[in-house]
Design a protein around this ligand. Structure first.
Ligand code: CO
Length: 140
């Protein structure tokens, strides 16, 4: 049911520092500008790779959900993986029917790519926080 790996989310205390590392260490040449997503409490920037993206995530505001992660991982670290699905509501219902825990209200939210996303609790996915994202042009 899942489709392409869209991105790997990486939390960082500083997108600027992380972007510099991807440039200097790995030679990444296509990194987007840092952008605020106040409703989600994050700054994001994307390292564009030939087959997927690295989503750099930095806390935005006091209530950011990323603060707790950085408290445990002060230098940052791998935060989530994101797979594309054809239809986000169908995917949510299927996940629930199979016993997985959809985080929050379960209502899809607009993600950084302008398409709806949900998150699944890591306890149901081998310890990995999973984001499902409706593929561009998907839905009903
Ligand atoms: Co993401």
């Amino acid at each position: 049911m899942i489709g392409k790996l869209n991105h790997v989310g990486v939390a960082t205390p500083s997108i600027d520092e992380a972007a510099k590392m991807y440039r200097d260490l790995f030679g990444a040449t296509d990194i987007t500008a840092k952008r605020a997503l106040p409703e989600q409490g994050v700054w994001v920037a994307f390292v564009n790779l030939p087959n997927a993206q690295i989503e750099l995530i930095e806390p935005y505001g006091e209530a950011s959900p990323i603060h707790a992660f950085l408290a445990k991982n002060p230098k940052g670290g791998q935060h989530h993986v994101c797979f594309e699905v054809p239809d986000i509501l169908r995917a949510r219902d299927e996940m629930r029917a199979k016993g997985a825990t959809v985080l929050g209200t379960g209502e899809p939210r607009m993600g950084a790519h302008g398409v709806p996303v949900i998150f699944l609790h890591p306890k149901d996915a081998g310890g990995v926080l999973v984001e499902l994202m409706q593929e561009p042009g998907g839905g009903h």
